[in-house]
Design a protein around this ligand. Structure first.
Ligand code: 1HE
Length: 268
């Protein structure tokens, strides 16, 4: 790895996060396998530092987990010590930080395996592209623990699988396996055990070849358009489409296609 570029990544991360640069892709690993990558305050604060301080040279992020599980969710040890006001502040903190992931500088690909539960699923659902290994399973044990989602799960997860399904998961403690999760849209790609990171990096590399303006429009404008009323959505879409088309890189890419110098669309 290029040592000079590595210094570009935030150096002040907690031990539970490991970051490295692979070209223009930043790879962030949840590194607390002894606690199944449970998300304690230090780790979540570290996520904020990482995403806030991402250098401009980074075009996409891959987020994955060390050990047998992506994440066991909120660190339940810390939960027992909070009063009402602290709990609100804690939840609002997760909201702010996960918003930075979803509406951040660059697309984020997550690689899921083993337990993707509670806050781990909330974190996964704030990423843009999700790759699951066959070992992945999804759950929302909050219901059975006497608590509720607090990391934006009730906003994001219904947008992926629907309110009814999320409600049933929380009420009954049901988990979905990797294949079911793939069918439901919890993951976009399903790969064999041990191949998630490779696939995640491959997808991130493809994403990195898009123009920055297009990636910006996709992660910033698309979800907002989808949630606005139709007439505002159509107007915003026209403005964003015109903005992206006016870029020099877009013009060059369209010209390359018309001159038969650009690849055709091929079936994967
Ligand atoms: C933890 C946590 C945790 C493990 N907080 N310490 N999330 C949950 O309810 C899921 C809780 N965890 C589990 O169900 C299991 O740990 C797993 C299925 C994920 C993995 O099982 P396993 O057998 O591989 O590991 P383990 O033996 O249960 O756990 C290993 C250690 O990790 C152990 O600590 P040790 O000191 O006894 O070795 C566990 O206590 C610890 N550990 N998960 C704290 N979550 C913003 S709101 C979000 C709300 C939520 O996320 S609620 C859902 C919480």
């Amino acid at each position: 790895m290029d040592a000079a570029r590595k210094q570009d990544l935030p150096g002040n991360l907690p031990a539970s996060l490991h970051a490295e640069l692979r070209g223009d892709i930043a790879v962030l690993r949840l590194s607390r396998p002894q606690k199944r990558n449970a998300l304690d305050d230090d780790t979540v604060a570290g996520l904020e530092v990482f995403f806030q301080q991402l250098p401009g040279s980074v075009k996409a992020v891959v987020l994955h987990g060390e050990g047998d599980h992506f994440s066991a969710g909120l660190d339940l040890n810390e939960l027992t010590e909070r009063d009402f006001a602290e709990a609100v502040e804690h939840s609002r903190g997760w909201h702010r930080i996960f918003e930075q992931i979803e509406f951040g500088k660059v697309p984020v690909v997550s690689v899921l395996h083993g337990a993707v539960v509670g806050g781990g699923l909330e974190l996964a659902c704030s990423t843009h592209v999700r790759v699951a290994e066959e070992s992945a399973y999804y759950g929302l044990p909050e219901g059975t623990r006497g608590i509720f989602v607090g990391g934006g799960g009730s906003v994001r997860i219904p947008r992926v699988i629907g309110v009814s399904r999320m409600m049933e998961m929380m009420l009954t403690g049901r988990t979905y396996g990797a294949e079911e999760g793939q069918a439901l849209g919890l993951s976009h790609h399903l790969v064999p055990k041990g191949e998630g990171l490779k696939k995640g990096l491959e997808l991130a590399a493809k994403i990195a070849t898009n123009t920055s303006l297009t990636n910006f429009a996709i992660i910033q404008a698309l979800p907002r358009i989808a949630e606005s009323d139709r007439s505002s959505g159509f107007l915003t879409e026209s403005l964003v489409a015109s903005l992206t088309q006016s870029g020099g890189e877009a013009k060059a890419r369209l010209k390359a296609f018309l001159e038969k110098r650009a690849p055709k669309v091929v079936r994967d």
